[in-house]
Design a protein around this ligand. Sequence first.
Ligand code: NDP
Length: 337
Amino acid sequence: MTELESKAFYRAMLVEEVAAGKFDQSIVERALSCLPDNPVQVAVTHSCLNYKDALSAFGNRGVTREYPHTPGIDAVGEVLEDRTGTFHPGDTVLVTGYDLGMNTAGGLAERIAVPTEWVARLPAALSARESMILGTAGLTAALCVEKLLEAGASPNDGEVLVTGATGGVGSIAVALLAKLGFRVAAVTGKLESAEFLTGLGAWKVLDRETLVPFASKAIAKPLWAWAVDTVGGETLFNVIKALAYGGGVAACGMASGAQFQANVFPFILRGISLLGVDSVELPLTKKSAMWEKLAGDWYIGDQLEAIAEDISLEQAPEFLARLHRGHGIGRYVVDMA
Ligand code: NDP
């Protein structure tokens, strides 16, 4: 029996409701018997932090219904056992999305147990750590870019706006679009991070406030050809109002809110498309194809290092609090070693 297989306990982040509406996050030792009864058990080597993990860690019942709970919507590691026989001990696998970290104990732990249908093989060209620099954020950014390309986006069309640009999805979208030759206008609430964004390939960096005056208009002057919106809320419709004829926005986020009010003018006067993006319930074959692309033609190796900050599991609660306040920059990789 290997050292990995013989462990009876594993470290995990645990979120507990300590008083009505008050949630506490700590790192605890848990018995293996605490894992859910799913066929694939994985020894997690790396995880990462996503906005949804921050929502789960701070008691958002739309993400996690019951506590105590271990968040973490992403994990990579080594298969210890698969009762279905699909994977073999020692296989390096990647799990992102589905119910992981929502109502199934998640990747901010040394062990996960998941259904086989959630498990993808790590592309050979990607290291475990790189896969978690990308994580769900990278997958989502790539799906947003793919949506724009499917809608006909080309670098010759004009600038592409990315909102929430210093965040996980935003920063990877900036790097990916720049790699594909697009001129990216990066919108941020953290102008002090402009150099970080130009380093990723942003053509220009705009203050979040740039979009605010559009709120009082039915439609705005066309400024951008395409957009990736990670922020949602009023920002999303402000972006739509300022897209040029025939353009579209890939909408994936809600960092500023889930609701937005709209009118029909951008749609019926300019033919704008609102393109929804989901990376969570996407069929595994499509997820795996996108991971291969991120490991291949869309590999953003140099930028990955600029985007990444490595942290320990013990630091996860502190960094999740940052994400919850919208203060995160880039991607936080959790090294379980
Ligand atoms: P991060 O926390 O890493 O980034 C969010 C960024 O949004 C912040 O860094 C900030 O960037 C900006 N922001 C935060 N609050 C506000 C605000 N009130 N108004 C305007 N901008 C704000 O999150 P992720 O990148 O992990 O996720 C981004 C969004 O995408 C989240 O809503 C998440 O739930 C969603 N998501 C959706 C997925 C899907 O499948 N559809 C998958 C993954 C994520 P800055 O300061 O640069 O403006």
